[in-house]
Design a protein around this ligand. Structure first.
Ligand SMILES: Nc1ncnc2c1ncn2[C@@H]1O[C@H](COP(=O)(O)OP(=O)(O)OP(=O)(O)O)[C@@H](O)[C@H]1O
Ligand SMILES: [Mg+2]
Length: 287
């Protein structure tokens, strides 16, 4: 993820990766893990307005007792040299919608998603920080005793419905961390993409002649226009331009698919993204 992190942060931020050799395997959704690390790194970036260092470390932690589980864990920690947190903030950081950022700057969902993901993976997330002393966010995942099947699985997963050469996607996503993770998946699948952070900006880009073969848009975004409204505008103005919507809110997602929009429920893995984009291409005659 080194390159991805460098790209998603700022130039005045140095990313160091210190990965222990012989790290034990863990069983987690790789896409969700990437989004989790990005969310933590974006928080670290925001905590270092004048620059600093982000250190991502991994190490084996034998014989731990974590959330009632005794055993071996793998720790992934992200340390920053930023402004740190008070004890009162630390107590609340994992709560959904807890944010100290200005309206429109943060939804307060980043760390609650990180926490939900690590707990759902059988692990735990912890924070160590003091005001002015930087912060360390540590994720613990249980060591997997299942044998690795990397070589056996790779051929099946390879070449998942590759993108036609030169196919361009307009990605509409407000969250920097999610956009970076999705962008990495699109690149890996062979798609070229540009990103706008909201629906209005997407329409403006299209009006201005942005060359897009498909629009892939989040549904719930800040601003005056949501993803469905964007899709309706596009269908009226550019009927041949396929739209795929995505959302982590199941009610919004259900409503959109009832209306007949192509929908990919968040969180999704790369193979699901590849399949949905390929289906949308095929439907639009752009396979
Ligand atoms: N590395 C950090 N250094 C200092 N404060 C932090 C750090 N990470 C998180 N925080 C504090 O925790 C709060 C909650 O973080 P969280 O990621 O859940 O939400 P957010 O960053 O405010 O919004 P979002 O992630 O949804 O854009 C932040 O508003 C900030 O006050
Ligand atoms: Mg955040």
């Amino acid at each position: 993820m080194g390159v991805l992190l460098e790209r998603s942060l700022r130039e005045d931020i140095t990313v160091r990766i210190e990965s222990q050799r012989g790290l034990w395997p863990v069983e987690v959704d790789p896409g969700q893990l990437e989004v989790a690390v990005l969310n933590i790194a974006v928080n670290a970036r925001d905590a270092m307005p004048t620059g600093g260092v982000i250190t991502v470390r991994t190490r084996n932690c034998p014989d731990q007792e974590i959330e009632g589980l005794d055993g071996d864990f793998v720790e992934l920690s992200v340390a920053d040299t930023g402004k740190g947190m008070s004890a009162a903030t630390i107590r609340r950081v994992f709560e959904p919608f807890f944010t100290t950022k200005d309206v429109g700057k943060g939804t307060g969902l980043g760390l609650s998603q990180v926490y939900g993901f690590t707990r759902a993976s059988g692990g735990d997330a912890r924070i160590a920080s003091e005001p002015g002393q930087g912060s360390v966010v540590s994720l613990y995942f249980p060591r997997s005793t299942n044998p690795l099947h990397v070589a056996a699985e790779a051929p099946e997963k390879a070449a998942p419905l590759p993108a036609p050469p030169g196919f361009r996607i307009l990605l509409v996503e407000d969250d920097d961390a999610v956009a970076a993770a999705v962008g990495a998946m699109l690149t890996e699948l062979g798609y070229a993409f540009t990103r706008t952070a909201n629906a209005t900006a997407a329409l403006e880009a299209l009006e201005a002649g942005e060359a897009a073969d498909l629009v892939f848009s989040d549904m719930v975004m800040p601003g005056t226009m949501d993803g469905v409204t964007l899709a309706q505008h596009i269908r009226a103005r550019w009927p041949d331009l396929p739209v795929v919507l995505t959302s982590g809110f199941s009610e919004a997602a259900d409503a959109a698919s009832r209306e007949g929009w192509r929908l990919l429920a968040k969180p999704y893995r790369m193979d699901a993204l590849a399949a949905e984009l390929a289906a949308a291409r095929a439907e639009a005659g752009k396979a």
